[in-house]
Ligand binder design. Structure first.
Ligand SMILES: [Zn+2]
Length: 202
């Protein structure tokens, strides 16, 4: 398994984790031929919530992983999923050519084909189990790398949460200030309401 880095990012640690994960996955999924992994950067894709995160190209045995703004754990979960597609390919599941079929993993590819839909179900189920089992048995060295990255993410998330709280706290101040001004108006208003309700009742 070769890793091709087509990004401008620092991917050393990610590649290290991928190389640690791969033999475990290969044994777990029990496939013969090795795929290649292509790390990709696509800033337009990263900004899109529904953008592609990964796909598998059955003809070239290539797994493409988009890594922009993604936690290594998340990238690895994608790899796990695509490796299941690779094992399906080795099993001959994609041998029948589907006309105008997009690459495995592209949005909508499994929508109206029951066979590909089943392949997708298997990839989600087995891919998640495989990744979880690997995480459970992770050596302290690698869980430290993942944790270190996770802490960085946590700090960023905390900053965002603090900003959001500030915004939330600042919001009620405005209506409160405004509420003090029309107090007299409110008083007369409610007095008027009470009087009119009395008058209209009688
Ligand atoms: Zn898939």
């Amino acid at each position: 398994m070769d890793i091709l880095d087509n990004t401008n990012e620092e991917t050393g640690k990610l590649q290290q984790i991928i190389k640690q994960f791969y033999p475990f996955a290969k044994e777990y999924l029990d496939f013969g031929d090795d795929p290649n992994v292509v790390l990709r950067s696509d800033t337009e894709n990263a900004g899109n919530f529904l953008g592609k995160t990964a796909y598998y190209a059955p003809d070239s045995y290539e797994i493409h992983l988009f890594i922009d703004k993604r936690h290594p754990k998340d990238v690895l979960r994608s790899l796990s999923h695509e490796l299941v597609h690779h094992s399906q390919n080795c099993r001959g599941e994609f041998d029948r050519k589907y006309e105008n079929q997009p690459q495995i993993g592209e949005i909508g590819y499994a929508q109206d084909n029951p066979h590909l839909r089943n392949m997708e179900k298997e990839a989600y189920l087995v891919g998640n189990l495989l990744f979880r089992d690997w995480c459970d048995g992770l050596s302290s060295q690698f869980s430290a790398i993942l944790l270190e990255n996770e802490e960085k993410m946590d700090k960023n998330e905390k900053k965002t949460a603090q900003k959001e709280q500030k915004i939330l706290k600042s919001e009620p101040k405005t209506p409160q200030k405004e509420a003090k001004k029309p107090l007299k108006q409110w008083y007369y208003g409610s007095l008027y309401d009470k009087l009119t309700s009395k008058w209209t009742k009688k």
